[in-house]
Design a protein around this ligand. Sequence first.
Ligand SMILES: [Zn+2]
Length: 140
Amino acid sequence: MKEPFLRELYTRTVQRYNRQPNEAEFGGWMDVLKEFDYSDVDAALRRWQNDVMIEEFTHRPIGARMPTPPEVKMSIQVFEAKNALSFTPCRTELCNDGWNYFYKGQFIKRGEIIPLLASAKRCKCHREWIEREKMGEKAS
Ligand SMILES: [Zn+2]
């Protein structure tokens, strides 16, 4: 994601924890989190803030303290790994494992007709499922 978007998430998070933004700290966020999409980081921060599990060291809910960038990153990765395990594609029309493939003509190679892939995008079933999962995580 681009810097202004991450900065918005960072500023919002800092404000939520009643702290002052700090360029050095934001630099850490850039290093670790810029590779992710806005929606993934946004969802991970919301999950974190709603996490009521008591932490061993602080004896307070996890969500009571601001996460470090590696903790946000780990939350995204754990969430994605869980998704990969429980997702079932709809397999309707163009759907193939939650992806829609669009072809642009075809060519023949050694007597075999091979479709030419123009683009691939996530099927509606996958996008809807991600949204449901995010909501479920928020509620729990
Ligand atoms: Zn589908």
